[in-house]
Design a protein around this ligand. Sequence first.
Ligand SMILES: Nc1ncnc2c1ncn2[C@@H]1O[C@H](COP(=O)(O)OP(=O)(O)OP(=O)(O)O)[C@@H](O)[C@H]1O
Length: 228
Amino acid sequence: MIEMQDVYMTYPNGVVALNGVNVTIEQGEFVYIVGPSGAGKSTFTKMLFRETVPTDGTVQVNNKDLIKLKWKEVPYFRRNIGVVYQDFRLLPKLTVYENIAFALEVIEETPKNIRKRVMSVLDQVGLKNKARFIPDELSGGEQQRVAIARAMVNRPALLIADEPTGNLDPDTSWEIMSILEEINASGTTILMATHSKEIVNTVKKRVIAMEDGRIVRDEHRGEYGYEI
Ligand SMILES: Nc1ncnc2c1ncn2[C@@H]1O[C@H](COP(=O)(O)OP(=O)(O)OP(=O)(O)O)[C@@H](O)[C@H]1O
């Protein structure tokens, strides 16, 4: 599902964020990306939904060569990828329902299908009763659940989560982890960049460690491996 070969990324300011990355991730895997701040984790994840284009190398996702993908093909390609961030990124003036429905309205789903899918995904994250709330009326954990629901409403094959528990307390973080595990159990590939030693060492998955733009470790059921 994901294949990177000799991927280099040098930002216009000269910073080398990826320095020769080679990796293969199969459909259905759950992978943590760990490493010190500035190691290149976010840059790595951004390559996968064409937020960033490498300066060299090849990136394939869902059998699509992202280097050759034309700009006008990017929105269609992204429908098959959900993205969740540390800071939730919900639209503050829209209700929970509207925040999620928005992703379907732009692809011109029928109102009936939109309603069915939004309610089903809200049920999946346990927030059916908060459909009419706005983000400010929700706790951080609830907001992150809405963000996950929004990311999943198109039923993507890949879910990318960039520090999804970074703004949450430990109890809420475990709730988010169990939702991500359920999503993974239904076949969605999950790639999660994280600084949480506790999560990585407790919920054992494949661990890819990055340092200075390189993969320095890649282990199944691996450890976090850093002190903080
Ligand atoms: N848009 C950008 N322009 C220039 N440099 C950038 C840009 N984005 C990231 N960088 C630099 O690239 C390097 C890798 O950054 P990246 O955000 O990928 O690291 P990270 O491992 O995700 O860090 P963190 O754990 O702090 O989120 C850093 O030195 C960063 O300053």
